[in-house]
Design a protein around this ligand. Structure first.
Ligand SMILES: Nc1ncnc2c1ncn2[C@@H]1O[C@H](COP(=O)(O)OP(=O)(O)O)[C@@H](O)[C@H]1O
Ligand SMILES: [Mg+2]
Length: 144
């Protein structure tokens, strides 16, 4: 499950503004890597390039290469949705999808993956998740 990320000559732009300049580095599997720097130095921008989330901002673009176990995430024909299934992001603050209710947000992953589950189980799962129970443990129990 754990993969190696190799970044080569990465430049990240907002229009003509280059927010991240010439990054080349490797992130080893099963390692913890921290990005430390002052506000506005490009930490979040850089992280968003690792799962193709930067390009959803109008005018934003990426130059360079990001390999996930050897596959270039920016290669032709690579599906960004598949990339985002493999490279997740946890945000500093909750980011619910604004067009969905909180319950729909909590169940979004389950529904997107077409997990069959009675609606009473979904209700229970949503409540457990919001009360701080471990979502994944709940899902596994329901699948067994
Ligand atoms: N959506 C955006 N449009 C234009 N410029 C942006 C946008 N988001 C961030 N920036 C600029 O990119 C630079 C890096 O920002 P950011 O990655 O948020 O820094 P950090 O996460 O390290 O605080 C900053 O100069 C910021 O103003
Ligand atoms: Mg940030």
């Amino acid at each position: 499950m754990s993969k190696r990320i190799e970044i080569t000559d990465l430049n990240v732009y907002y229009g003509s503004f280059r927010a991240v300049e010439d990054v080349t580095m490797t992130i080893a599997p099963k390692s913890v890597t921290a990005f430390i720097g002052p506000s506005g130095c490009g930490k979040s921008t850089f992280l968003r390039t690792l799962n193709r989330m930067h390009e959803v901002i109008p005018g934003a673009r990426v130059e360079g290469e990001v390999l996930l176990d050897g596959e270039n995430l920016y290669g032709p024909g690579v599906d960004p949705v598949r990339v985002r299934r493999q490279v997740g992001m946890v945000f500093q603050r909750p980011n619910p999808f604004p067009t969905m209710s909180i319950k729909e947000n909590v169940l979004a992953g389950i529904n997107l993956n077409n997990r069959r589950m009675p609606s009473s189980a979904k209700d229970e799962l949503a409540e457990h998740a919001l009360r701080g129970a471990n979502l994944w443990e709940e899902v596994k129990n329901r699948m067994n």
